[in-house]
Design a protein around this ligand. Sequence first.
Ligand code: FAD
Length: 443
Amino acid sequence: MDKPIKKPRGKARLIEGKCIACGALCQSVCPTDAIEMNELGEPIFILSKCNGCAKCIKVCPSEALEMFFTPEELIILEEFNKKKAKALNELEEVDEGEKTAKQKIAAYKGVWVFVEQIAGVSAKVSWELLGVGKNLAKSLDVELAAIVIGYEVEKLCQEAFAYGAEKVYLLDAPIFKHYRTTPYLNSVCYLVEKYKPEILLMGATGLGRDLAGAVATKLSTGLTADCTGLSITENKHLLQTRPAFGGNIMASILCESYRPQMATVRPHVMPMPEYSPEKQGEIIRESFPIEEEAILAKVLEIYSDTNRAEYIDIAGADFIVSGGRGMGAKENFSILQELANEIGGVVGASRSAVDAGWMPVERQVGQTGKTVRPKVYIACGISGAIQHLVGIQDSDIIIAINRDKDAPIFQIAHYGIVGNVFDVVPAITNLIRELKKSQKKNA
Ligand code: FAD
């Protein structure tokens, strides 16, 4: 950085022949007593006392005084003025830059949701996003639109309208049959650059996470992953809320200077919007030229994890019986399965239970597992760490069974049972069986 230059102040002096002997006005304002008057009523300057304040010059009624500088001071003054002009220029450039950035941002309008699909089957999270997207669009007074990309997926447009989209941008071509990053990335970026939405939402699924990161990078914009809350600020920016530092705090994130503002949200975090099949909207059919040769990834065969017989999607279950480290061993989960069978539910697990190898990873509930929204969540031998609680906080009813009366899980549980899971769980299962039996008898 350049060394700052101190502006020389100079000294005041009389311009010969101009003084009108007004009555020592200059002397009266001098703060350093640097002016004496001669017998003609003209000022004599004591240069060693003058501090260059120029007060005398300002009050002189006949403009008879001026500032003067030594030759050295004149060189410094010239340098100073050059620097000042340069700084002013730079300031103007910054202002201009800010103005252009604001104009660019203002060109972006509307809320978009990427509709995820595999083999024409939509991911429920996309409809959940249309629900929250509708609220955002309403707050901004803009349009809510969906992007549908795939092959023979036009039927999804009507579904998108039924869940609240007013417009759908459709890219339907064989090249989009299976998800691959390159064609989807290029198509989404093409649509965004052409239509300029201010907000773009995607599901925080495997596909959504892959695509959203790539799109945000290519468009040089911000992306907040795994949001748990989305709203609009007074300044019309998207306020993105998500857990941070291991879930110990909630971070509020804004993307003020770039567009679109991008966020991903996990399945089941947002409620499903109303389904209105009669709703209609506009389909904008788009095409994006991309050659198969330009795509490095080729789909040879598809193995679906979800086709395994033991695969259970706990995220969509209404009743979940989850076990934690307190279950003690893999085989003890059978008592949870029995209870789950009685209530038509599924078995979930804490991360500790998954890490111990007692349950498969897709059953893990929590921050790094699934977010669930069941009607009833029964936590057995789970302490209630924050990372587990963020995944269950939207359950309608939480029942906790723990032998430690001070376990944190009891702070958020609607019903708590202090006791040993190996006594309590079988007792509840038996009670339900008895109730069912007596109901059958009475029927
Ligand atoms: P513990 O905390 O050990 O609790 C066991 C409980 O069982 C205790 O309260 C004990 O009183 C009770 N108990 C023991 N025996 C019995 C019995 N016989 N009868 C009744 N009660 C009994 N955790 C998750 O669950 N999901 C996540 O997604 C997740 N993500 C994480 C992400 C990060 C970045 C980090 C740092 C951690 C994450 N964790 C997650 C781990 C989390 O912090 C906890 O370590 C974990 O949830 C604890 O699991 P737990 O409650 O089963 O075990």
